[in-house]
Design a protein around this ligand. Structure first.
Ligand code: UD1
Length: 434
């Protein structure tokens, strides 16, 4: 019997996009979602008060707030400033209902075990883009002296004597989440920890900088070897989050796909090097106007090949958006997704809009077409939703994107920002039956 895709039943709001409008102007880039999520988990290490600035308004952040509240943390979010009163961490048990909705909330296990010597965190569960196990997190915590067992879907971590001990960790794969969990755990451990084959993503460096601002001793973040010398206690902090390189990249692609000149700030241009290089390969020019702003000057749209890799390779979080651009680029492009095993589900939706894409295992072969046609489409994950919006902006006629809960997880005010550039789009809420 054919199984029904549960997302097809989505009766939430829809985004209507009338494509073909030229865009122009400037976009303000928000703080990096993935930095904030890790930093919020790390705030649990500090028995004081943390103020985070440049925090975007996203459902993922709201969910992480709920996780922290469930642990006894006072949370106040206003106008991009998040105040966390971390004096009272009243439980080491994270609630299943919340953790199951947000993989990043699993990362609190590192802080809980470091501060309390014990943690009970549900496995984050499956996810639309792949199985995403936590074996690397668990093995690293064991190296630091935690006894870890998984019972009834809950990871139990306990430290005999209450205090983790520094150790030498080699990660089989440079996992972002595992690197972050282990930085947090090692921060309050006795002695020195090294993490080899660590993730080098800018969000890992942002987390390390945040921990350092609280008094942690961390060297090498941003390289593949990170060294953490444990300290007994951390202190209050006021910290500003880096700009979101994935949001910035998405707007650069918006310029390329609609053949529009768009500028963005604030950005850290270095964080976007692989994205800028590929945009140039594909015929656009990207110029740096000031130290923290970029402008895309579109030209032709031509094919290229992309392989997703850990940083500083091309980010998997930009793969779907580039696929949208490739559908309208002259020639044959190939995308190879190496980071997640199931992250090409947007192919079927782009094909509904007239794209010519063939899938072969982890590869998508995209033959550029002269135009896309607006169609009803379903977002299958966060970045896929952005790809469909981008395709809709360039397509002829009306595109209706469903599954907006994915979009709202990671794009702060996307519609208003696009409207500010001249896009024609509108969110329509379902009519409530009385
Ligand atoms: C983070 C980002 C996500 C991004 C990804 C890769 C956050 C909140 N999310 O996710 O946006 O797409 O990095 O850049 O920061 N793996 C294991 N065992 C583990 C951990 C991971 O096998 O213990 C595998 C995963 O299944 C995946 C690969 O490693 O295939 C990369 O995952 P990882 O880098 O851990 O991604 P996340 O931290 O989940």
């Amino acid at each position: 019997m054919p199984t029904q895709n549960p997302e097809a039943l989505d009766d939430g709001p829809t985004l209507h996009i009338w494509g073909g409008q030229p865009l122009a102007g400037h976009v303000q880039i928000s703080g990096a979602k993935n930095s904030v999520l890790a930093i919020m988990a790390a705030a649990l290490l500090c028995p004081d008060h943390c103020r985070l600035r440049n925090v975007p308004n996203l459902t993922d952040i709201a969910r992480m707030n709920q996780v922290l509240e469930a642990l006894g943390i006072g949370v106040n979010y206003q106008n991009g400033v998040l105040d966390l009163d971390t004096h009272h961490l009243t439980t080491s048990k994270a609630p299943y209902d919340l953790v199951s909705k947000l993989r990043a909330s699993f990362f609190i296990i590192g802080s809980l075990v470091a501060r309390l010597g014990t943690a009970r965190v549900p496995l984050p569960g499956g996810c639309a883009i792949g199985a995403r196990p936590v074996d690397l997190h668990v093995r690293g915590l064991q190296t630091l002296g935690a006894q870890v067992r998984i019972e009834h879907g809950i990871v139990h971590a306990d430290v005999p004597g209450g205090k983790l001990k520094g150790g030498k960790i080699y990660l089989d794969y440079p996992s972002v989440g595992a690197t972050e969990t282990l930085i947090m755990a090692a921060t309050l451990a006795e002695g020195e920890t090294t993490i080899e084959n660590a993730a080098q993503e800018p969000e890992v460096s942002d987390l390390a900088n945040f921990c350092r601002a609280m008094g942690a001793r961390i060297r090498g973040a941003g390289t593949n070897t990170i060294t953490i010398s444990g300290v007994p206690r951390l202190h209050a902090v006021d910290y500003s989050i880096i700009p979101d390189r994935i949001e910035a990249g998405t707007f650069l692609v918006a310029g390329a796909i609609t053949q529009s000149e768009i500028s963005l700030s604030p950005v850290i241009p270095d964080h976007l090097s692989p994205v800028i290089a590929k945009l140039r390969d594909m015929g656009s020019d990207v110029v740096q106007d000031t130290v923290n702003s970029l402008r895309i000057i579109p030209n032709r749209r031509v094919a290229t090949d992309i392989e997703t890799l850990p940083y500083p390779g091309f980010p998997t979080d930009m793969q779907a958006q580039f696929m949208a651009l490739m559908t309208l680029s002259e020639g044959n492009s190939v995308i190879t997704e190496t980071v997640f095993e199931n992250r090409l589900r947007h192919v079927a939706e782009l094909v509904r809009m007239g794209a010519d894409i063939r899938l072969k295992g982890h590869n998508a072969i995209i033959q550029g077409v002269p135009f896309l046609s607006g169609a009803p489409v379903m977002a299958t994950d966060l970045r896929a939703s952005a790809a469909l919006v981008l395709a809709g902006l360039a397509a002829q006629g009306e595109t209706v994107v469903k599954g907006l809960h994915h979009l709202d997880r990671g794009y702060d005010n996307l519609e208003a920002k696009l409207r500010g550039l001249g896009a024609k789009l509108e969110r329509v809420n379902p009519t409530v039956m009385e």
